[in-house]
Design a protein around this ligand. Structure first.
Ligand SMILES: [Cu+2]
Length: 81
């Protein structure tokens, strides 16, 4: 199992949380997904043998959100409120 935190700056309400948790949680190979509304990130625990991180990112993007990987791999501009 691998744990990865993805920055999803557009998460702003419970609806966003439930759409992302619902969509990512349905993927096979995903063990757990937690959206942190205040930190605006998504923590996902997944089995690397069953699913690629790219697929998880695509799924979140498919819900209409831009995604950046934690750890500075992708720098996102901060968005003013
Ligand atoms: Cu929302």
């Amino acid at each position: 199992m691998k744990e990865q935190t993805l920055q999803v700056p557009e998460v702003h309400c419970d609806h966003c949380v439930s759409s992302i948790e619902g969509a990512v949680g349905e993927l096979s190979g995903v063990d757990a997904v937690t959206v942190d509304l205040s930190a605006r990130n998504v923590k996902v625990v997944f089995d690397e043998a069953s699913i690629d991180l790219d697929k998880i990112v695509e799924t979140i993007e498919g819900q209409g959100y831009d995604v950046g990987e934690g750890g500075g791999l992708i720098q996102l501009e901060s968005r003013p409120e």
